[in-house]
Write a protein that binds this ligand. Structure first.
Ligand code: DC
Length: 231
């Protein structure tokens, strides 16, 4: 599709496991955009906390974490098998998707200094590019001027089932109830935290994909892009 615009940001926000990242990756592939996964950066910071023992089961040691953010090199690399998250030279894609990281990521993402770190990285990585980004506050806080904002939602049980299928496919078997509990907890923390909570931007288009295939979602998006930006 020929777009009449040089740099364009598509901001996708929404609840956990609504298929934001799968949809964003598809958009990147079909339209040749750069995909930035902001959740992966929060997960990378969480991995740093866990591996250094800065979480004692009760509180996160921000006195240790905050100064360490200055030297933290989280970025994305694609060596032909899709985009992977890196911490310096080390690929951390598998580790950041574990249940251990999922269980702690929302409290880590609620720390204002961590949010500032991730926002800064996203701005650096997005400069002068056509980018699709997914997260919780991309359209509201990180890129409030994004050309297109999408807010994704889907039925909670459908979301939990999708997440379970993903984890099983990776050989990490978990109980349906554990996933549903984790989703509900994250929905709550993500939308009630003080620092840029998950909210729908007033100018975001809502996409409820409970009963939609990827193809249908892509058709929906292409219709919008054509109407707004096609030459
Ligand atoms: O999309 P995800 O499940 O990988 O995101 C992991 C966590 O990071 C999620 O529970 C909330 C947080 N997050 C956030 O607070 N802001 C973003 N822009 C992206 C993710």
């Amino acid at each position: 599709m020929d777009l009449d615009i040089q740099d364009i940001i598509i901001a996708i926000d929404g609840y956990s496991s609504t298929g934001k990242s799968s949809f964003a990756k598809l958009i990147a592939k079909e339209l040749g955009f750069l995909y930035l996964d902001s959740g992966a950066l929060y997960r990378g910071v969480t991995l740093l906390v866990l591996e250094n023992g800065w979480y004692n089961g009760d509180r996160i040691d921000t006195d240790k974490l905050v100064p360490a953010l200055n030297a933290l090199d989280l970025h994305f690399e694609d060596h032909g098998k899709g985009v992977r998250t890196y911490m310096g030279a080390r690929c951390i894609e598998r580790q950041i998707r574990s249940m251990k990281v999922s269980a702690l990521v929302s409290p880590v993402a609620a720390i204002p200094e961590v949010r500032r770190y991730v926002d800064r990285r996203l701005h650096e990585l997005a400069r002068n590019r056509r980018v699709v980004m997914d997260g919780r506050d991309i359209g509201t806080t990180v890129f409030p001027d994004a050309e297109l904002k999408i807010f994704m939602t889907a039925d909670k049980k459908v979301r939990a089932q999708r997440r379970m299928d993903e984890l099983i496919a990776k050989g990490e078997p978990v109980e349906f109830q554990e996933i549903l509990d984790n989703l509900e907890q994250r929905d709550y923390i993500d939308s009630h935290r003080v620092a840029s909570p998950l909210r729908q931007a007033p100018d975001a288009l809502v996409l409820d994909n409970t009963n939609m295939t990827f193809e249908q979602q892509m058709d929906w998006l292409e219709g919008i892009l054509k109407a707004r930006f096609a030459r």
